[in-house]
Design a protein around this ligand. Structure first.
Ligand code: G4P
Length: 533
């Protein structure tokens, strides 16, 4: 490969930040962007309680609710690295978008609130990372507040997630007596200046851990003794650091700090950038490996965002570049439609602005205007390459509702809207066999997706509908050929539906009805819902 292109790819780092809401994801992202000089002031990323809207708040609904529904991408430079941060929605109720975003990342930074430890959303997101073997780096935040015992927090990570942890630094107390962190690698103490709220990082004092006298002055004898005791324990009993294990996703390096006070953030960033890898190879459907350093361009669509610009009713497809270099104006091949095309107005997020770009490299995320040709999981590549990236899994919906149009004059718009929104992956739709299109069953992972659907159907397609939630929470694929539910003994409210491709599925109300179907029907073959889009 051309050495210049190779260098560009080598310096790329593409990662997602994951956390339970309120653990500090927005705050940490903002500090990272500040270091990269990508934003000028704190508060620029955040939209929650101010009138400044987060970079990703494109949709009206997001603004109204003050939340970020969709995930966005931000690129910035730091210390010779070109960094792509994939932001994931930070609200309680999340959707498949979050999962898919993780498919485009090479590693993940997991933020944990030191007072709370693992929370439900951290758990869900971790599972997806683990499924893909994505390396996970942990930032334990809010040490300036009362926190749980650090050993206990590590223990929780290890037992709940089944991974080893390696603390890169160690906190010296917490809350009002928080004194700083000890860097295990450099053996330096970085003190937290409570008086200044730690805001000005230049005022933090660095001290060698072996300089006991100075250490006693800075943190007091008691805390110094406690630190020595704890680090001895760590050195004796903890896991060994092994970069290989980190990159396999089996060992999570752990950092302590306070994002709000900008304490420990730069140390985290520097250390993280060294440990995380440049863009990783990707697999195709037939298990071939696509090397990011291959000269030829290839990418896959992992997210589709509709109507980001109200003036145009376009949608933007986000793709992760997997190999080579993208050049604007070049004709590429869209595998699924078997057509050559020029990607229109390719753009990249640079913190707050979207820029039209001329080139991008493996590891980068680009957004292109999409007149409705792309679907989630599609491959776009150099004309001479014939490959399909392995699909992005569709996750099993956990909530279902019957959606019925109100105005039969708008049948066409209803069908079009439901199909397009489903094609973007914002919802999943199912049909009753032999039923019409005026009534569909919609499946979602987070209830908020229903709000987004309602809003979009009204504002983009001018259609209103009635939604009737159903208590079903399980879905299975039926593998029995020529299935007809009349021929099987199923619990009363089990529903037989078909997906857009005509596959048979069963929707169950509670786990016991699934068990009933299995127990009572020898010739019924059910499979997990997970499938590639
Ligand atoms: P999220 O994106 O993960 O949802 O979390 P976000 O960064 O919005 O942080 C949630 C709350 O936690 C915010 O307070 C934020 O200021 C606070 N926070 C983040 N990092 C730290 C930290 O290191 N120490 C302390 N003490 N607090 C931290 P808020 O009151 O909800 O919002 P705001 O009024 O500050 O905007």
């Amino acid at each position: 490969m051309n050495p210049q292109n190779k260098k560009e790819i080598e310096r790329r780092r593409t990662f997602a930040i994951i956390s339970h809401p309120d653990a500090g994801k927005t705050t940490l992202t903002e500090k990272l962007l500040l270091y990269g000089g990508a934003i000028q002031s704190a508060g620029s990323v955040k939209g929650k309680q101010s009138d400044k809207h987060a970079v990703s708040d494109w949709m009206e609904l997001e603004k109204q609710r003050g939340i970020s529904v969709t995930s966005s991408v931000m690129q910035f430079e730091y210390d010779g690295y070109c960094i792509n941060i994939l932001d994931t929605p930070g609200h309680q109720d999340f959707s498949e978008d979050t999962y898919r975003t993780l498919m485009a990342a090479d590693s993940a930074v997991m933020i944990i609130d030191a007072a709370k430890g693992i929370e439900p959303q951290t758990r869900k997101l971790f599972k997806v990372c683990a499924m893909r073997g994505i390396p996970i780096f942990t930032f334990i935040n809010k040490l300036d507040h009362e926190a749980r015992d650090p050993f206990e927090l590590l223990d929780e990570l290890e037992t709940e997630f089944g991974i080893a942890t390696y603390p890169m630094n160690w906190p010296i107390s917490c809350g009002i007596t928080f004194k700083g962190i000890y860097d295990r690698n450099t053996r330096q103490i970085l003190t937290y200046d409570n008086f200044h709220g730690g805001r000005n990082r230049l005022e933090a004092i660095c001290c060698d851990v072996d300089d006991v006298e100075r250490l006693d002055e800075l943190i007091g004898e008691n805390l110094r003794e406690e630190l020595f005791f704890q680090t001895e324990l760590l050195d004796g009993a903890g896991s060994e650091f092994d970069l290989d294990e980190v990159q396999k996703g089996k060992l999570s390096p752990v950092f302590f700090g306070s994002a709000l006070n900008n304490f420990g953030v730069e140390q985290f960033l520097e250390s993280f950038l060294k440990m995380t890898s440049s863009p990783l190879p990707r697999l195709t459907e037939d298990a071939q490996v696509v090397d990011p350093f291959d000269d030829k361009f290839s990418a896959f669509v992992f997210k589709i965002q509709a109507n980001m610009n109200k003036a145009h009713r376009d949608r933007i497809s986000f793709m992760r570049i997997c190999s080579g270099k993208f050049e604007r104006g070049t004709e590429y091949y869209h595998v699924q439609s078997d057509k050559s095309l020029r990607l229109s107005q390719p753009q990249q997020m640079m913190a707050q602005e979207r820029d039209i770009i001329d080139e991008a490299y493996a590891g980068d995320i680009i957004g292109v205007f999409d007149p409705g040709i792309f679907s989630i999981g599609d491959t776009i590549c150099d004309k001479s390459m014939n490959l399909r990236f392995s699909g992005i899994p569709t996750f099993a919906p956990e909530h279902f509702a019957i959606i019925e149009q109100v105005d039969s004059m708008k049948r066409k718009q209803f069908a079009k809207g439901m199909h397009q929104i489903a094609q973007e992956g914002a919802i999943q739709i199912f049909f009753t066999p032999n039923g019409g299109m005026e009534r569909v069953i919609v499946g979602v992972i987070g209830m908020l997706q229903f709000d987004v659907l309602k809003f979009r159907m009204k504002s983009e397609y001018g259609v209103e509908y009635i939604r009737q939630d159903i208590p079903h929470d399980q879905i299975r694929r039926v593998k029995t050929p020529e299935f007809n539910s009349d021929n099987f003994n199923l619990a009363g409210d089990t529903r037989w539906v078909k997906d857009v491709r005509g596959n048979d599925l069963l929707i169950f109300n509670g786990q016991w009805t699934v068990q009933w179907a299995i127990d009572k029907n020898e010739n019924l073959e059910l499979a997990e819902f997970h499938q590639d889009m």
